[in-house]
Design a protein around this ligand. Structure first.
Ligand code: GLY
Length: 369
């Protein structure tokens, strides 16, 4: 098992990463005496796949709360339903929530944990790649509002993040790829060596390796390394800037363009990672345009994304609509758009003075009209 400490004074916690470890969580919770009553919050599909493994370790001492599946249920009303169930089951301050699932379950259960009785302990057990390398780490909890994603929420750190990479074997190929975009992001923003490692191993990073017994073991070992490295990079950034005063913004590399692409297509045509992949290439091209990045970095980024099956161009988009989308992005501070731009492999800077003309040219280069 890999162990990464997230140092946040009295809110410090561990990220544990292993293979086929779901049944071990119960023992860890018991040894730490973390919860008098334990509530397992998950969705029906994940419960079918992994609920029993988790329950086994808790020797049955778990109360199940199932949430409705899907981003459109990451809402205040779904949170209210969970609050009602917690009240009905008599949950109190020393109860523990275990959030088992992808980003939707994690964000919603984290939001509930942050607010129930002004905050009760919770553990993130992310089962998608995207949640394992991003959403479950760093204490961002939220529900959506009709006017925007994650508009209502709090920073509230978990007691533990417990990652079993074996859960990746049940993900559809596209779901695995969406997480890979965030993993490439970590190489770009912080670690050139990790980026190179991803280039060298890109051909193994797909669902094919899970299909055969003889490749499965090696694949899981590789995923464990990659998830641990990503978690380490994210933890380092969160430690230095928990509430996103500045540095944590570097985690939004590719997201300024990415969010615009996602929202313009109503979160249907592109999933998060696909939009971020295009967004990273766009940001690299902008960096090139303003003279802070060598073109070969953009070329390597596009090549790697391509090898991983991720897109890097935008057709059928109108430049004006994309520009408008970028301006309403929530990373706008004091009326200025903050762009996270690469300077070299493994290093990004935040710039709020990028000329609109440079952005426009890049969008056209990427295929927008
Ligand atoms: N997903 C970006 C962050 O956690 O700050």
């Amino acid at each position: 098992m890999n162990k990464i400490r997230v140092n946040l004074k009295e809110h410090s916690y561990d990220i544990l990463i292993g293979t086929d470890i779901l049944a071990e969580l119960g023992g860890i919770v018991e040894a730490n005496n973390w919860g008098k009553e334990i509530f397992l919050i998950t969705d029906p599909l994940v419960n079918d796949l992994y609920g029993d493994r988790v329950r086994k370790g808790f020797k049955g001492k778990l109360t199940l709360i199932e949430t409705r599946r899907g981003e459109n249920h990451k809402t205040l009303s779904e949170a209210a339903r969970v609050f009602d169930l917690l009240v009905r089951h008599g949950a109190h301050r020393d109860s523990l929530i275990v959030a088992l699932g992808g980003g939707v379950v994690g964000d919603l259960a984290g939001f509930v944990a942050a607010n129930y009785m002004r905050g009760i302990p919770y553990i993130q057990v992310p089962t998608t790649l995207l949640a394992q390398v991003d959403a479950a780490i760093g204490g961002k909890t939220a529900v959506n509002h009709p006017k925007g994603k994650n508009l209502i929420g709090a920073f509230y750190q978990p007691w533990l993040v417990f990652i079993d990479v074996k859960t990746l074997t049940s993900l559809p190929a596209r779901e695995l790829r969406t997480g890979l975009a965030e993993i490439v992001k970590y190489g770009m923003i912080k670690d050139a060596g990790f980026f190179k490692f991803l280039e060298e191993n890109a051909h193994h990073l797909n669902t094919k390796a899970f299909e055969k017994e003889d490749t499965l073991r090696a694949a899981l070992k590789l995923w464990q390394t990659i998830v641990a490295e990503s978690a380490k990079i994210k933890a380092e950034v969160v430690e230095k800037d928990e509430k996103e005063a500045k540095l944590r913004m570097i985690l939004n590399f590719g997201h300024t363009f990415g969010h615009a692409i996602e929202s313009l297509t109503h979160y249907r045509s592109y999933n998060h990672g696909e939009a971020v992949a295009i967004g990273m290439v766009a940001a690299a091209l902008v960096a090139q345009k303003i003279g802070i990045l060598e073109p070969n970095v953009t070329a390597r980024l596009s090549r790697l994304l391509d090898k991983l099956g991720l897109p890097s161009e935008i057709k059928n988009f109108q430049v004006a609509r994309l520009m408008a989308g970028i301006n309403i992005d929530k990373k706008v501070l004091g009326g200025k758009v903050n762009f996270v731009l690469p300077e070299k492999l493994g290093k990004v800077v935040i710039r709020d003075n990028v000329p609109a003309q440079a952005v426009k040219k890049v969008l056209i280069e990427l295929g927008a009209k």
